[in-house]
Write a new protein. Structure first.
Ligand SMILES: Cc1ncc(C[n+]2csc(CCOP(=O)(O)OP(=O)(O)O)c2C)c(N)n1
Ligand code: SF4
Ligand SMILES: [Mg+2]
Length: 310
């Protein structure tokens, strides 16, 4: 569905809202994704960020990176604080601002899920983003429920034994008007999804694959390459669900045939965090990929049936 076909025609091409000189590490997926998201949303955006890397890198005094209103929030309060900001602005007659939560996977899939679920159920008019670097990075790499099987963290020193939680599916079960996945490997697709979310009323949920070089033990210049590999091997699927209609987007559209998906071995080998992965865990990761694609197949089949029903 990419409408923005050329990076050169992107609005705010020469303007950054998340300024240079911020404290993100080189190759940080969070930084890349936020810069693109803000180009789609423009300057009338208020950001709420719960405890996370973003919470810190935005500015260690006397510096400040955001060139827009930014609120640091407690770990569990990303969605509830954004709800308050939205209603506060509305009460003052200000309705042309986009209120967005930008939270990590820990702040979303673990500690923030209750507030997020409540805001989704109430249909609060905000965009909620989870930038998923698959662990608690800010506090020194601890596992989250979004960490995949086999990943070494300080709290899973021999590799995580549980599967990754599928939060986009949980959000889709809330019947909100827009759920999407995105990746720093496909900035135009990411841009389009934010552009679309901006104009939809209600809670919009976007889950972004955001590599973290120190946490994933990859060289900083390999960040986008790893994100591309995850799409090519089908471990990360690009899609959107708009008013219940499911669509694959970007390169994932071409991967419905399992034979077209690349093997995952190279993807695991390039990342030091999978250094201890065992053969049976590689099978579990492949099973997780199959589970995700089975869900996609069910969605596509359901839609075909809906279209045929008079
Ligand atoms: C209630 C509470 N518990 C723990 C912390 C410490 N803490 C701050 S950030 C963080 C990890 C955040 O992980 P994630 O949401 O994935 O964001 P990332 O650091 O990966 O960007 C933790 C545990 C906190 N601030 N508040
Ligand atoms: S630790 Fe990871 S997520 Fe945090 S700023 Fe560095 S690269 Fe980004
Ligand atoms: Mg994280």
């Amino acid at each position: 569905m990419t409408n923005m076909k050329d990076v050169k025609t992107i609005p705010y091409r020469d303007r950054e809202f998340f300024l240079q000189g911020n404290a993100t590490c080189a190759g940080c997926g969070l930084d890349l994704s936020l810069r693109w998201a803000l180009k789609a949303l423009g300057p009338k955006t208020v950001l709420v960020t719960p405890a996370s890397c973003l919470n810190v890198v935005i500015g260690i005094w006397p510096k400040a990176a955001p060139d827009f209103p930014f609120i640091n929030m407690v770990f569990a309060g990303g969605a509830s604080a954004a709800t308050g900001v939205y209603h506060g602005l509305k009460a003052r007659g200000i309705e042309d601002y986009t209120v967005m939560t930008y939270a990590g996977d820990g702040g979303t899939t673990d500690i923030g899920i209750q507030a997020l679920s409540g805001a989704a159920e109430r249909g609060t008019n905000i965009i909620y983003v989870c930038y998923d670097n698959e662990a608690y990075m800010n506090t020194g790499i601890q596992r989250s429920s979004s960490t995949p099987v086999g990943v070494m963290t300080t709290t899973t020193p021999f590799g995580k034994t549980e599967q990754k939680k599928n939060l986009p599916a949980i959000m889709a079960a809330h019947n909100i008007p827009y759920v999407a996945t995105a990746s720093v490997a496909d900035p135009l697709d990411l841009y389009d999804k934010f552009k679309k979310a901006k104009d939809i009323k209600g809670l919009k949920y976007i889950h972004i694959y955001a590599p973290c070089p120190p946490g994933w033990r990859i060289p900083s210049e390999k960040s986008v390459e790893v994100a591309k590999m995850a799409i090519d091997n089908g471990m990360w699927i690009l899609y959107e669900i708009e008013d219940g209609i499911f669509r694959l987007t970007g390169k994932s559209k071409r991967l419905t045939d399992p034979k077209k998906r690349k093997p995952i071995h190279d993807y695991l080998k390039i990342q030091g965090r999978f250094r201890l992965v065992k053969e049976e865990q590689i099978k579990e990761l492949e099973q997780y990929r199959d589970y995700l694609w089975n869900q996609v197949e069910k969605e596509l089949l359901y839609q075909q049936m809906e279209e045929k029903t008079p």
